[in-house]
Design a protein around this ligand. Structure first.
Ligand SMILES: C[S@@+](CC[C@H](N)C(=O)[O-])C[C@H]1O[C@@H](n2cnc3c(N)ncnc32)[C@H](O)[C@@H]1O
Length: 291
């Protein structure tokens, strides 16, 4: 497994000021446990997840777009191109991810480093999107109320959240972070689902905030990967951010080895279930529009 690459900081945003050492008191890591290259190389597996949320967008001419937790910017760029928009802003708080995002050079497309919970945009948007990032941001009631204020009339909110808690590979992770000595460091970390509310609460929440139209869909995406090693890499890419940022380096190494050992035991012990390299990605897709 390659280590995350520390990239030089670039223009735009307040990350340099705000990013701090991992905050073990609250279990909130800074996000630079992201391995941007590993992430980008897994585009083929992220593609069906993104396509399902992109299908919800009602395209309009000249949209201004905000992508929160844009990561390596592959989808930000795609939406920008497809919309033929005036401006698109991608926001993320990982300098590793942004360094790759900024390699997408298109007129009207820019990327800034901010933490979503502290971000205050300088303009309003026609579309706010977010793909598998808001689970790290707490207090969705407050957060979505802010999004409502950031939208132009007729503006849309489109986002996807993961619901991976019952996936066996995430269960192995959750069990390991509760095990000493890792639990001393990671006990307050709740996998990658800190902010996610029960699915049925989202309709109510959007209605209360004032979105006049909304839909909440639960979907399971069956991802068939080339090998179990690919599945393992995918889990490393998506789930290990907390452990990578919070654990001391030597302990992280044993954590990773122990996770891998348990992963392979699971594969060997479940022959019937594991004939084909497979990952069931459970997601909530949400679309909402304000008047
Ligand atoms: C699973 S990746 C998804 C990236 C991209 N949306 C995609 O689908 O390829 C989650 C991204 O959210 C970012 N992120 C997580 N918490 C964040 C926060 N509080 N503020 C800004 N970005 C955040 C991470 O740095 C990471 O790039």
């Amino acid at each position: 497994m390659s280590a995350p690459v520390a990239m030089p900081s670039q223009e735009g945003g307040d990350c340099e000021r705000n990013l701090k050492a991992p905050d073990n008191q609250q279990g909130i890591p800074d996000q630079d446990g992201w391995d941007a290259i590993l992430w980008q190389n897994r585009l083929q597996y992220r593609r069906p997840l993104f396509d399902s949320v992109k299908a919800l967008i009602k395209w309009k001419p000249n949209m201004t777009i905000l992508d929160l937790g844009c990561g390596t910017g592959d989808f930000t760029c795609e939406v920008h191109r497809q919309a033929g928009v005036v401006t698109t802003l991608g926001v993320d708080n990982s300098m590793n991810m942004l360094a790759v995002a900024r390699s997408h050079q298109m007129a009207g497309l820019s990327f800034e480093c901010h933490s979503i919970d502290q971000f205050e945009p300088a303009q309003k948007f026609d579309l706010i999107m977010s793909v598998n990032a808001l689970q790290w941001v707490p207090d969705h009631h407050k957060l979505f109320g802010r999004f409502y204020e950031w939208l132009n009339g007729d503006g849309q909110l489109v986002f996807q959240l993961p619901l991976n808690q019952t996936n066996p590979f995430f269960e192995i992770y959750a069990e390991l972070i509760r095990t000493p000595p890792y639990s001393t460091f990671l006990q307050r970390v709740n996998g990658n689902a800190r902010g996610v509310l029960p699915t049925k609460q989202y309709e109510l929440l959007l209605e209360e905030i004032g979105f006049t139209q909304h839909s909440v869909q639960f979907q399971v995406h069956d991802l068939y990967l080339d090998s179990w090693t690919e599945v393992l890499d995918f889990v490393h890419a998506t789930q290990f951010v907390h452990a990578r940022t919070i654990l001391p380096a030597a302990l992280y190494k044993t954590f990773e080895e122990e996770y891998d050992r348990r992963f392979w035991n699971y594969i060997n012990d479940n022959n019937e279930l594991t004939r084909q390299p497979f990952f069931a990605a459970k997601r909530i897709n949400i679309w909402a529009q304000r008047l």
